[in-house]
Design a protein around this ligand. Structure first.
Ligand code: UDP
Ligand code: MG
Length: 315
């Protein structure tokens, strides 16, 4: 029996891209069914993340036109990661494998074949990895590289240059469903699920239509989310910094004491001002980082739902 595949696509205000994406994915799905690689019950599942444009109406129309298209609608915008999780968790009980993909066709659809190759060879999770970042701006390329390095140093296991284009088997999804956190950074969570994994390289294109739903501000908060959700090392770093600063102040104290004993006047106005600012700054930074974690704990303890499904075309 061929496996049932669900391609899960989160969509937020994607009315411009949706028709093009839907056609490209349907073509792919049909050819895979034709080749007997996947079951006829395979579907393309769009997750409308509370779009303000015609995205949901279009998904409904697609669903009426072809049974291959299904969709769920979230009750409001919850962000890419939550929308993706909603799709994956809904698909989990209806299929054997999911492949998650963005709605803008930046991820090469033809890589799906290679994903399935790896799945057939026994991988439960297959990561799509960008083969190059030529098409990115130098700024994005360099900040991305620095970010992955930082995560590595903080002891976070993450696949380099992998976004959220990946295949997950039903077992892997069952595993993922046991992670209850509300602060979601899926690409850091999925490796924790375990199982046999594989990677597939693909070329990432530019967005054809519409604009990025990840402006710099969202990107930065996503980056902080990634670090603080997956590592407590920044807090430890502050502790060490605190010890270091304390030692320095002891040394200074001894030094000033010796100078005082020798009866020499201290004309160190600038030293004092600089130290006050330096210590003040460090303390604010430290409190900020600790606050970041406390905020997380606050949100986690409330156990609010990560998403609410308002409509489901398969129900
Ligand atoms: N997206 C979403 N909810 C949001 C923002 C984005 O579901 O609040 C979807 C969006 O429709 C797209 C994917 O997440 O399918 C990635 O977004 P985008 O392509 O804008 O990000 P970029 O590729 O620029 O990082
Ligand atoms: Mg994109």
């Amino acid at each position: 029996m061929a496996s049932v595949l669900y391609i899960v696509v989160p969509c937020y205000n994607e009315e411009e891209m949706l028709p093009i994406t839907a056609q490209a994915l349907l073509k792919k799905l049909d050819s895979l069914i034709e080749q007997g690689r996947i079951s006829r019950d395979s579907r393309i599942m769009f997750v409308d993340d509370g779009s303000k444009d015609k995205t949901w109406e279009m998904i409904e129309k697609l669903g009426n036109a072809a049974p291959a298209f299904v969709g769920i609608k979230l009750s409001r915008n919850r962000g890419h990661q939550n929308a993706l999780l909603a799709g994956l968790m809904t698909a989990k009980d209806r299929c054997d494998i999911t492949i998650s993909m963005d709605a803008d066709l930046q991820d090469d659809v033809d890589a799906v074949d290679k994903f399935l190759d790896e799945y057939e060879k026994g991988a439960q999770i297959v990561y799509g990895v960008r083969s190059s970042r030529e098409k990115d701006t130098a700024f994005k390329r360099n900040t991305a590289r620095m970010y992955y390095r930082t995560l590595e140093h903080l002891g976070v296991e993450i696949t380099y240059d992998h976004a959220d284009y990946r295949l997950m088997s039903r077992d892997a999804l069952e595993g993922l469903s046991q992670f209850g956190e509300v602060n979601l950074f899926l690409r850091g969570l999925v490796p924790m699920v375990g199982y046999k994994t594989a990677t597939v390289k693909y070329v990432r294109n530019e967005r054809e239509k519409g604009e990025s739903k990840y402006p710099l501000k969202k990107m930065i908060s996503f980056a902080i989310e990634g670090i603080t959700s997956l590592s407590v090392k920044p807090i430890r770093f502050i502790t060490f910094l605190g010890i270091f600063v304390f030692l320095v102040s002891i040394i200074l104290l001894i030094r000033f004491f010796v100078i005082w004993c020798m009866g020499k006047a201290v004309a160190g106005w600038s030293t004092i001002v600089i130290s006050i600012w330096a210590i003040g700054g460090l303390q604010l930074l430290a409190i900020g980082i600790i606050g970041e974690y406390i905020g997380k704990i606050y949100l986690e303890t409330k156990q609010r739902p990560r998403y609410i499904i308002e409509k489901d075309l398969e129900k």
